[in-house]
Structure formats: structure tokens, C-alpha cells
Design a protein around this ligand. Structure first.
Ligand SMILES: Cc1ncc(COP(=O)(O)O)c(C=O)c1O
Length: 362
């Protein structure tokens, strides 16, 4: 008998996620600005906690993440019982899709939304649906118009990746209020720490029973390599997610490192201030070269070129000089390059390289 092995419907429609490039053939000294990583890395206390965890490798980690949830709750003023921790916020996104969307259900996201929304929806057998943005900004009216009685999840990154733009609290509340009864609004706050005074949507979670917020340690906390994220939501939804979460999804070193990282508020404040300063500087330096960008609220800017050919030529030029940025044609932005805000020297190198590229074309 010939085997007839097939994956679940939807899975073969998934284009595998492509991470930011980290190397350039023939160039030994590269600067990676392709994955929105914190150029300053994690705080010293987090690195120390990671080292200490090496002495506990024979122990299974806690299954309830109690200590980390307590720390997150304390720092953000949230109820620890309504926090869930995962292997990056990617895992929270995936758990939400698994738990709430299946065949026949729709998962809505925006035109230039983060790739994992579509991937996780398809992996759950659900149908991803895309709503247009207005000039690279989330459009609440378009999202509400795209809702049907099959909509189960609506994902918004605020600030969004790769556009860097964000919408205000009133617009988010209008979206939450206008959703069909069975839909959950997911506010992805992967870049929320870069916006001074912004709660990532936690207030809306408190005020509604259909809103979940996701957050990460991968960006501001400089722990992308370790994979830790968290979510905050209504008790009933967090309970559902915990039922399908692997009990040992986070290791002892992940838990201990994240806890130490979250406690160091000075590191966060320092990195945020540096990011804001360098982001403004780089955006202006590129604009002077005829490369505009929308005002970014995150740790990257989306540089716009005349067309796809120019964006790709500039990317090639930057790579030849060891500067790795991100092409975003897969996000329907073929004429753009997403550039992570690195340290001052990296920003200066990018600005000089783009200027030299433009000079060569005049
Ligand atoms: C908008 C957005 N959400 C979620 C993530 C996932 O982050 P992680 O799984 O590292 O927490 C990213 C990472 O790039 C992102 O840009």
C-alpha cells in the first residue's frame, strides 16, 4: 500500500518565515540592522542572571512562571493572574490562533501586518484576511469593514512592523467596540517600550473583555536570542491559552533572565532615549538625501525609495559595505527598506552609505 500522508489544510500555503539576514558573503565585518535588535543588548543584571541559571540546569523550570508574572505585574501595574508567558510573543500569537481559530474561521490583520499573523492563522487551519492600510497606517474603518461573522481574531501591531506607525487610544477603543461578538482584538506591543508613557494597550485590556495584549523581551530588553514574550488578557482567555501551552515552554534561564531584565528600568529608559535621538537623526539624514520615511514610533525606520529597483540597488550597495538592512517586498512594500536603529556609529555609517549611493546615481 502506498502511504497517503498530507499535512492539515492550509499548511502548504505557508511561505516559511524569513529572518533578517545576518551575514554577507565575502564581507567579514558586518553591521546587522535587519532584525530590530537592541544594539546595546540586555542589561548587566540579565546577563548575570543567565549565568547563575547555569547552576540549575538539572532542575525542571517552574510550569506556572509565577515569579516572572509577579515581576511583570509589579512593573506594569497588571494582575499577574492574567499574564501568560511564552517562547517569544510569537508563541502567544500562535496559541491564540490555535485556541480561537480553525477551519472556516477568519483571522484579520492589516495590509503590512507582521508575517506571523498569517502564518499562525494558516497553521491553525483558519483563513487569514487582510485589510488595507491608509498610507502605511492601520485603518480602523477598513478593519471594521473587513469583519464578518466568521472573524475570530484581529491582529494589530502598535507600533506596527515594518511601517513603524501607530494609532491612538481612541481609535483602538473604537476598533474593540466595533468588532463582532466572537472576535478578539490582539494588540501586539512588541515595540510598545519605545513609546514613552505608552501602556501597549493594557488599559484597553482592563476596560474590555475582548482585548488581549502581547509583549516581548526580544526588542527593548535585548533578549531576542533567548525567546521570551508575554500576553495580558481577560482571565477566561488566559485560562484557555494555558490549557494548550506546553507546561515547560520556558526554561529556567529564560525565566530568570527575563525577570532581571524587566527589573532594570534604567536600562530601558537609556535605550529608549538613545533610540529616539538616533532615529530622529537618521530619518533626517536620509530625508536630506531624498529618502523619506514616515514618523516612526519603533526602533527602526522604513526608508522609501523611488521604486523597487532603487530600493534593491541601495540594499545591494549597503550590503557591499557590510550594512545589512531588511527588504520588505514580502510585506507589500517593494520600494522600501526597513533599517533598525543601531548605535551611533552604525547610524552614521548607514547615513554615509545612503548618501554615497545617491551621489553615485546623480
Ligand atoms: C510586530 C511584532 N510582533 C511580534 C514579534 C515577535 O517577537 P518575539 O517572538 O521575538 O517576541 C515581532 C518580531 O519581530 C514583531 O515585529
Amino acid at each position: 500500500m502506498t502511504a497517503d500522508i498530507r499535512p492539515q489544510p492550509g499548511i502548504m500555503e505557508i511561505a516559511p518565515y524569513e529572518g533578517g539576514q545576518a551575514t554577507v558573503e565575502g564581507v567579514s565585518d558586518v553591521i546587522k540592522l535587519s532584525s530590530n535588535e537592541n544594539p546595546f543588548g540586555p542589561c548587566a543584571a540579565a546577563i548575570e542572571a543567565y549565568g547563575r541559571a547555569a547552576h540549575q540546569l538539572h532542575r525542571y523550570p517552574a510550569t506556572d512562571h509565577r515569579a516572572l508574572r509577579a515581576t511583570i505585574g509589579q512593573v506594569h501595574g497588571l494582575d499577574p493572574d492574567r499574564i501568560i508567558c511564552g517562547v517569544g510573543s510569537d508563541e502567544i500569537i500562535s496559541l491564540l490562533c490555535q485556541a480561537y481559530a480553525g477551519p472556516g474561521d477568519e483571522v484579520l490583520h492589516t495590509e503590512h501586518g507582521f508575517a506571523m499573523y498569517r502564518i499562525s492563522a494558516l497553521a491553525a487551519g483558519a483563513t487569514p484576511v487582510e485589510a488595507p492600510e491608509r498610507e502605511r497606517v492601520t485603518d480602523v474603518d477598513a478593519l471594521l469593514a473587513a469583519c464578518t461573522d466568521r472573524t475570530r481574531l484581529v491582529f494589530i501591531a502598535n507600533p506596527n512592523n515594518p511601517t513603524g506607525t501607530m494609532i491612538g487610544g481612541n481609535e483602538l477603543a473604537r476598533l474593540a467596540d466595533g468588532l463582532p461578538p466572537r472576535a478578539i482584538l490582539v494588540l501586539d506591543g512588541a515595540y510598545a517600550e519605545y513609546v514613552e508613557g505608552f501602556d501597549g494597550g493594557a488599559g484597553l485590556v482592563e476596560a474590555r473583555d475582548n482585548v488581549v495584549m502581547t509583549r516581548t523581551f526580544s526588542k527593548m530588553y535585548g533578549l531576542g536570542g533567548l525567546r521570551i514574550g508575554w500576553g495580558y488578557g481577560p482571565r477566561a482567555i488566559i485560562d484557555v491559552l494555558n490549557r494548550i501551552r506546553g507546561p515547560f515552554n520556558l526554561s529556567q534561564s529564560q525565566l530568570a533572565t527575563a525577570e532581571a531584565a524587566m527589573r532594570d528600568r534604567d536600562h530601558v529608559a537609556k535605550c529608549r532615549a538613545e533610540n529616539s535621538r538616533l532615529r530622529a537623526w537618521l530619518a533626517e539624514a536620509l530625508a536630506e538625501q531624498g529618502v523619506p520615511s514616515d514618523t516612526s514610533c519603533a526602533n527602526f525606520i522604513l526608508a522609501r525609495f523611488a521604486d523597487r529597483a532603487e530600493a534593491e540597488a541601495c540594499d545591494d550597495y549597503l550590503k557591499s559595505r557590510g550594512l545589512i538592512v531588511r527588504r520588505v517586498a514580502g510585506y507589500k512594500l517593494p520600494n522600501c527598506l526597513r533599517i533598525t536603529i543601531g548605535d551611533e556609529a552604525s547610524c552614521r555609517q548607514v547615513a554615509h552609505a545612503v548618501a554615497a549611493f545617491k551621489e553615485g546615481r546623480r
